[in-house]
Design a protein around this ligand. Structure first.
Ligand code: MG
Ligand code: MG
Ligand code: MG
Length: 319
C-alpha cells in the first residue's frame, strides 16, 4: 500500500531517463517521451528526461518545431537511478553507468554489455527506432499522447529510419508514424524532409562536429574503433570538407587510443554511403565491405545503416 502523499512527495526519487552519448534525435525523443509516459502512470518516482551531451541541429529543429523544452544534460550516472533508452552498451552510456542504479532499458539495438545486480525491465525489439516501442507503450498503458510528444516521437522514427528508407525500418515503425502523424498534424514526408535538411546543414560545423556528431565506440574482438555517421541530402556538400574530416578522424583516433575510426558520409537521397577509414587493420575494413580502399574510403550503394550494414560486417570480419 502507498504511504501518505506528503511523505511520498518528500521521498520521491528522481529517475533519469537518458539515451546514448552524442545524442541523436531518437535518444533525446525517447528520453522525453518515456519520462512523460512514466510520469503519467501514478508511480512514486519523478522521471526526468536527460540528454547525455549537447543536442544536435536536427534535434534542436524538432524540439523548437514542437515547442518542447531541451532536456537537461546528464554526464555522470554515479549514484543515480537511471533508465536507458536507445542503447545498452557501457561504452555508449553516460559515465559511471556501472555505479548507477539501473532501473530499466528500452532499446532497439543488439544486446550489449550492460549488467545489473538485480532483475530489471529490459525491453528490446528489433525495430527501426526506440521511439516506436515507446509510442506503442502509450497505447498498451492507455495513456493519451499529446501533440508535442507525438511530434517528437514521429521525428525520432523518421530520423532513425531515414524516412523509412533504412533497412532497419519495420512495419511497426510505419504504423506508429501513421498514428503519430494524425495526432501531431504533420505530413511525415514533407516534415521529414524539412527535418533532415536541418540535420544536413553543415555550413556552421567544424570537422570535429562532423566526426563526433553521431559517433559511437565499438570493440571488435579486441580491436577498438570509433564509428560515426553524418547524413546529408547531397554528398556534394561534403566534397571540399573531406580532407579536413579525414585529418580530424586521425586526430580523434590518436586522442582516444583507437585502432581505427570509420565515418559514414551518407547521402540520404542517393541512398549510399562513402565509408571513410583511418587506422588499421585496413584489410579487415576491405574484407568487411568487399572493396578496395581508394582515397581512404570505400563507396557503398544502398548502405544507410550503421547498425545493420556497417557494424555486423565489421563484426564478421574480425571474428
Ligand atoms: Mg540512437
Ligand atoms: Mg535509435
Ligand atoms: Mg542514427
Amino acid at each position: 500500500m502507498r504511504s501518505g502523499s506528503l511523505e511520498v512527495f518528500y521521498l520521491a526519487d528522481n529517475v533519469y531517463v537518458v539515451g546514448h552519448k552524442s545524442p541523436d534525435t531518437d535518444s533525446v525523443a525517447s528520453a522525453i517521451s518515456y519520462a512523460n509516459l512514466k510520469n503519467q502512470l501514478g508511480l512514486p518516482e519523478i522521471f526526468v528526461p536527460a540528454a547525455a551531451g549537447e543536442i544536435n541541429n536536427e534535434t534542436r529543429f524538432v524540439l523548437e518545431h514542437f515547442n518542447v523544452p531541451v532536456p537537461e544534460v546528464l554526464t555522470d550516472a554515479k549514484g543515480k537511478k537511471i533508465i536507458l533508452v536507445d542503447h545498452n552498451e557501457v561504452a555508449q552510456a553516460v559515465d559511471n553507468i556501472n555505479e548507477a542504479e539501473l532501473m530499466e532499458v528500452v532499446d532497439h539495438h543488439k544486446i550489449g554489455d550492460i549488467q545489473t545486480g538485480s532483475p530489471i525491465f529490459f525491453h528490446n525489439e528489433p525495430v527501426g527506432c526506440a521511439a516506436s516501442i515507446i509510442s506503442a507503450m502509450y497505447d498498451q498503458n492507455k495513456v493519451v499522447i499529446s501533440k508535442e510528444i507525438a511530434g517528437v516521437m514521429m521525428s525520432a522514427i523518421l530520423s532513425d529510419t531515414v524516412l523509412f528508407k533504412s533497412p532497419t525500418c519495420t512495419e511497426k515503425d510505419k504504423v506508429e508514424v501513421a498514428k503519430l502523424a494524425k495526432i501531431c498534424g504533420e505530413d511525415p514526408q514533407e516534415y521529414g524532409i524539412a527535418m533532415l535538411s536541418a540535420k544536413s546543414d553543415i555550413s556552421s560545423k567544424t570537422a570535429r562536429d562532423i566526426v563526433k556528431g553521431d559517433y559511437k565506440h565499438f570493440d571488435f574482438a579486441g580491436t577498438k574503433a570509433g564509428v560515426g555517421q553524418i547524413e546529408v541530402m547531397d554528398l556534394a556538400a561534403l566534397v571540399d570538407r573531406r580532407e579536413a574530416i579525414l585529418a580530424d578522424m586521425e586526430e580523434v583516433r590518436k586522442e582516444e587510443g583507437l585502432d581505427f575510426v570509420l565515418i559514414m558520409l551518407t547521402d540520404v537521397m542517393k541512398e549510399a554511403s562513402d565509408l571513410l577509414f583511418v587506422g588499421s587493420p585496413a584489410e579487415k575494413f576491405e574484407q568487411a565491405f568487399e572493396g578496395k580502399i581508394e582515397n581512404q574510403s570505400i563507396y557503398k550503394e544502398g548502405v544507410l545503416s550503421r547498425k545493420k550494414q556497417v557494424v555486423p560486417p565489421l563484426e564478421a570480419a574480425f571474428k
